[in-house]
Design a protein around this ligand. Sequence first.
Ligand code: SF4
Length: 361
Amino acid sequence: MKYLDEYRDSSLARPLVEALKTSVTKPLRIMEVCGSHTMAIFRNGIRSILPRGMELISGPGCPVCVTSSAHMDAFISMADEPGVRLAIFGDLFRVPGSNGSLAEASSRGAKVNIVYSPMDGLEIARKNPDEHVVFLGVGFETTTPTIAATILAAKNQQITNFTVFSTQKTMLPPMRALLDDPNLKIDGLICPGHVSSIIGSSVWEPLADEYGLACVVGGFETADLLKSLILLARQVGEGRPRVENVYPRAVSPEGNLRARQMVEEIFEPADMEWRGLGILPGSGLKIRDKYCEFDAESRFDIRLQAVEEPKGCKCGEILKGICSPRECPLFDSRCTPANPIGPCMVSSEGTCAAYYKYGRE
Ligand code: SF4
């Protein structure tokens, strides 16, 4: 398949592995921000060929993992509302709240549909006029435009039994919060490729300038990942942090302007609660008053309750990059993909799930 196979070609990868070895001239710690990168790095065996001195840690870029327990509980109580049907992305189904999961709610009769896009949720609403369909918006800048497009479609089609419960988040505020934490020591970032395809590579420039951080926007195939690490090592070695983009087939400096305009039309920044990071000002996206008829939080009286995180679970520290899954005493004992204690073990982009699948010793 074009744009995939050539980046997986081992004859291309071998010289890049050699180049990576010679590029690392001093110890360096790199954070891969995005959960898809975490999985791709494991899947491609990149960790096993890292040169001495280069360390990779995972960041907060898994949207399901950073969804707070309070939001999970609100989702589950909404599923239990009579006449309500939830439309959700599949990763959310088994995430534990403080008292069960959406899967458990579904088994006791709550109506929960797993969908591939918000438009599927709108279609379910169109076919079921006697029900109210709530799409759970759990994602970053990559998924926000599709939700904005769905709300515009709902308005155009005058569908009145569809709303969105938005916990959509943006990536820059949590990265600033992490970088301001003296406990986190990193030299560079593999910036998220999918998010950057919408917001543009130039968005990361303030992080490079203000924090002296090497930044490379990377893709998800073997060659993309190796090239990203080579450039990061060179930037750190030369002491010249900046933003480089090795994913130009998907990412431009300015991003997808049409998508950004659509998001701007529907959403506005709002404070948002993150698992492990607490409430970060302006890090979420709420639906503008102009479109409040599609805002589940306006239509239903949703109040978030303070909830304790699962006992012993270190998802919060893992999302902040200060702890690895192997440092969690529950990893691969009480917590497994079949019996997850925290979201990082459930999500297909979760760091604990990645370590369980590819990184067990
Ligand atoms: Fe939480 Fe399980 Fe990961 Fe431990 S292994 S941090 S309990 S999800």
